[in-house]
Design a protein around this ligand. Structure first.
Ligand code: SF4
Ligand code: FES
Length: 233
């Protein structure tokens, strides 16, 4: 049976309006997601609302927002998790471009810093097949969808974005350094081995708590700290 939910949505347009909240009431349906509710507003109440999405299937990572203060993917979060009023904010710690759309570029700057690609040992002349055991070493870190929830949930990242490469980039180091086809382990450890990398993590665990892919990010960072001393992968 349809019920009503108030969506209190952050609005900001740098050209036309100051930051403020606007509340819309939507009729919810069983199975409706938060992204679905945002479309309900966009299509039927306010065509000026801006938000980001692409796959609608928890794969592209583009729809992350803050829901009642917790960062989540809008496309996989059921609206039935909420009642009364749901407050929707853009991801904290990033500059707002418009409404729920943030400038995610600093997040990808951090990503690029750690060489997030395979650095092969040699040029293979045939397909480089991995055993299941070798694939398992990278699990579940290969599941990262670059949604920025970890970085937005981490108070160290908010307060020192310029000085901290952030949990996602460190997760990616773990993922590539544990890949049997890769030889860039030492190089990446050098990149993250100072106070802008692993040593800035304060083991607050917020990244791990909110990652929508259940990646044990803090464990990966602690693993990298231990590896840093041996410089071996
Ligand atoms: S580690 Fe998790 S929270 Fe962070 S970007 Fe990847 S999927 Fe998102
Ligand atoms: S729209 Fe792709 S993850 Fe939500």
């Amino acid at each position: 049976m349809p019920t009503k939910l108030n969506l209190k949505i952050f609005r900001f347009d740098p050209e036309y309006e100051n930051p403020h909240y606007q509340t819309y009431t939507v009729e919810t349906q069983p199975g409706m997601t938060v992204l679905g509710a945002l479309f309900e507003v966009l299509d039927n109440q306010d065509g000026t609302l801006a938000f980001r999405y692409s796959c609608r299937w928890a794969i592209c990572g583009s729809c992350a927002v803050s829901l009642n203060g917790k960062c989540r993917l809008a496309c996989e979060t059921q609206i039935s998790d909420y009642s009364g009023t749901l407050t929707i904010d853009p991801l904290p710690g990033f500059d707002v471009i418009k409404d729920l759309v943030v400038d995610i570029e600093p997040f990808f700057d951090n990503y690029r810093k750690i060489k997030p690609y395979l650095i092969p040992k040699d040029t293979p002349d045939k397909e480089n097949i991995q055993t299941q055991e070798e694939v398992n070493l990278m699990q579940p870190h290969v599941r990262c969808v670059l949604c920025a929830v970890c970085e937005s949930s981490c108070p160290v990242s908010w307060t020192s974005r310029e000085k901290y490469v952030g949990p996602m980039a460190l997760t990616k180091v773990y993922r590539f350094n544990r890949d049997s086809r890769d030889s860039g382990g030492k190089e990446r450890l050098e990149i993250i081995g100072d106070e802008t990398g692993i040593w800035r993590c304060r083991t607050i665990f917020r990244c791990t708590e909110y990652c929508p892919k259940d990646i044990p990010i803090t464990d990966a960072i602690e693993f990298l700290k231990r590896k840093y001393f041996t410089r071996r992968f």
